[in-house]
Design a protein around this ligand. Structure first.
Ligand code: G3P
Length: 222
């Protein structure tokens, strides 16, 4: 996935239930195609296949479990994600945490299947630790700012620049994203100015009554 990147995590908001996940993904695809900006989407798990089938932009699973195919009711294996045609997966989102050991297993299993990995971390220290697994992306998201109206780039710019530095010191190939409260093009520009390769965001797009307008605003400086 090219950087700078904007990845929209749909979470499980009512606004993306059913066909509305595909509707939003088609809007993201339209803006990505018109602008040339790299925009990825993370639909809810039950909509992953429908969205991955229909759009050409990168589609990520919101989670993956460190499980092989077989008995494992209710789990999401990397193999199942691959079979949907998805591009990759979020791992260890703040709302769906895993042990560091499981994060490493998930990253390894995904990479064996050529699935892109975006590992989330609450803090710079956790990001630096998880960098040893060499995911494609690490997204730092202070949990207390998630879903709020103040962007991490305003509330805590240091966590962004520190995380870029700490992660790159472990593996310079990892692209660092930031998220939490990101809502505007100015927030995205600030992220890039702080050294990030893009943003991971949710409510600003998903809960908006005019998501296309918001997405166009988010990418206006890229
Ligand atoms: O995964 C993105 C997320 O946790 C940030 O959410 O609503 O603050 O953009 P939000």
């Amino acid at each position: 996935m090219r950087t700078p990147a904007v990845i929209v995590n749909y979470k499980v908001y009512t606004e993306v239930e059913g066909i509305r996940s595909l509707d939003l993904s088609e809007i993201c695809q339209k803006v990505a195609e018109e602008s040339g900006v790299s925009i990825g989407v993370c639909p809810p798990m039950v909509e992953l296949s429908r969205v991955a089938d229909a759009v050409d932009i990168p589609v990520f699973s919101q989670n993956v479990d460190p499980r092989k195919p077989g008995s494992g009711t209710g789990f999401t294996t990397p193999s199942l994600v691959k079979a949907t045609g998805a591009f990759g997966s979020l791992i260890n989102h703040s709302e769906h945490k895993q042990s560091a050991e499981d994060v490493g297993t998930c990253v390894g299993m995904c990479h064996e299947l050529d699935l892109c990995t975006c590992v989330c971390a609450d803090t710079t220290e956790i990001a630096a630790d998880l960098a040893r697994f060499s995911p494609a992306f690490i997204a730092v998201e202070p949990p207390e700012l998630i879903g709020g109206d103040i962007s991490v780039t305003t509330a805590n710019p240091k966590v962004v620049s520190d995380t870029v530095e700490a992660v790159k010191a472990v593996d310079s190939n990892i692209s660092v994203l930031c998220g939490a409260g990101v809502k505007t093009g100015e927030d995205v520009k600030a992220a890039i100015d702080l050294g990030a390769s893009g943003v991971l965001l949710a409510s600003g797009v998903v809960k908006s009554k005019e998501p296309e307008t918001v997405i166009r605003d988010l990418i206006k400086y890229l």
